[in-house]
Design a protein around this ligand. Structure first.
Ligand code: SF4
Length: 178
């Protein structure tokens, strides 16, 4: 029987190896989201909160790499579409892949506020003093973080991920059979 080398799930002889360009394209919507969010928070409140939001965005990525990627089949592999898997191996030990689904669900809430805080800041700001600039930023933020980022993840970044059947982000989350 031919081994499945498209998903790398059933073989260690994985042939998928994403280029640096692919990795950057996969990460770009997240980077844009964090900087746009920072700008919105900075305009709504002050520069310190804007800087803290960027630090939170970076910490969110680190959280993912440290607490989720070690449970992934792509840990340590260039077959990880966004490059986190390679970074994860440098800073965290490998964990049990069978726990990926539950670990993902438990930890993803740590970074969900990155999608929400800029909108809260923008709405608060526009309630106080309506601003076309903030409205435009909010529309671009929503387009990037709620449309483009998930679309790229599902169609481009995560399309070959071995964990997509168990991944809540992909919307097909099912626990693996024990
Ligand atoms: S595919 Fe996702 S969970 Fe797996 S190593 Fe890459 S970023 Fe981490």
């Amino acid at each position: 029987m031919e081994k499945n080398t498209n998903s790398c799930k059933d073989t260690d002889n994985c042939r998928i190896e994403y280029s640096a360009l692919h990795v950057w394209l996969d990460n770009l919507p997240y980077i844009i989201m964090v900087f746009l969010g920072s700008l919105m928070i900075g305009l709504a409140f002050d520069k310190l909160l804007a800087v803290l939001f960027i630090l939170y965005g970076a910490a969110g990525t680190l959280w993912f790499i440290v607490f989720i990627c070690p449970y992934c089949h792509y840990y340590g592999s260039r077959a990880c579409p966004c490059g986190y898997g390679v970074l994860s191996k440098k800073i965290a030990p490998k964990k049990d892949e069978n726990r990926f689904h539950s670990v993902f669900k438990r930890n993803i809430s740590a970074i969900v506020p990155i999608w929400l805080l800029p909108l809260v800041a923008g709405i608060y700001n526009m309630f106080n003093v309506f601003s076309v600039r903030m409205l435009i930023l909010a529309i671009i933020f929503i387009a990037d973080s709620y449309v483009i980022l998930p679309w790229i993840s599902r169609k481009y970044g995560c399309v070959n991920c071995p964990n997509k059947a168990e991944c809540p982000w992909m919307g097909t989350g099912k626990k693996k059979a024990a």
